[in-house]
Ligand binder design. Sequence first.
Ligand code: NAD
Length: 223
Amino acid sequence: MSENIQIQSQAPLRELPEPTLRRLPWYLAYVGLLKERGVDYVSSTQISKEINVDASMIAKDLSFLNIKGKTRIGYEVAVLEHELQDFLGFKRGHNAVMIGVGSLGASLIQDSGLVNYGLRIVAGFDINPDVVDTDICGVPIYDMNRFAQLIPSLKADIGIIAVPIHVAQEVCDIMVDAGIKALWNFTPFRITAPEDIVITNTSIYAHLAVMYNRLGLKNSLES
Ligand SMILES: NC(=O)c1ccc[n+]([C@@H]2O[C@H](COP(=O)([O-])OP(=O)(O)OC[C@H]3O[C@@H](n4cnc5c(N)ncnc54)[C@H](O)[C@@H]3O)[C@@H](O)[C@H]2O)c1
């Protein structure tokens, strides 16, 4: 997925370069594989060969973590996995609410994988009477007009936006007014919010243009 993170506030944690934050989950995924295979130690050179990122860059990225590699042996796999999960916040558990429970919102609620990344969707909100007062995998779906009333008891500080583009800003404003601190925006609309709100834009479609362009170039070179 293409991501565009506007960390507009100085986070209480140390603010890391965005490219580093994008690469750390790659290392985590690879280290998880190594752990499954029973590997005890891994060096940045080994990680580099597998995931095609320069070894010195990996060492630099990992220097942000509270972990030291051993000369010639590398990092202890179990410790590295734990430190990465901890550092990335995947172990902490964040409550989120889904706004718009249509095709995309419902699938994200059903995605059991998000919990592994520390995201618990505790409720959905929609205006469609067909989905309001139902549940998806045990996650209750409420009427959007109850948002401000329910949000304190849900203890969610993240709002996921999966509504039609023309209401994206409107739901963004409602969430900010209700105290939501971070917005994960799946709509193609560039929402705006006060400076202390963290906005992350994600699109699975954004890479398609690049892929089509490269594919077209490749085909034209081959023909
Ligand atoms: N980022 C991505 O990769 C990606 C992928 C798919 C869809 N999208 C975007 O996500 C959004 C949703 O797509 P979809 O296919 O799920 O659409 P959808 O029509 O299936 O679902 C939209 C839902 O939003 C609800 N809704 C409408 N107005 C609302 C409001 N004011 N408050 C609360 N809920 C409201 C609708 O009732 C509906 O259930 C669109 O903006 C689409 O462009 C993004």
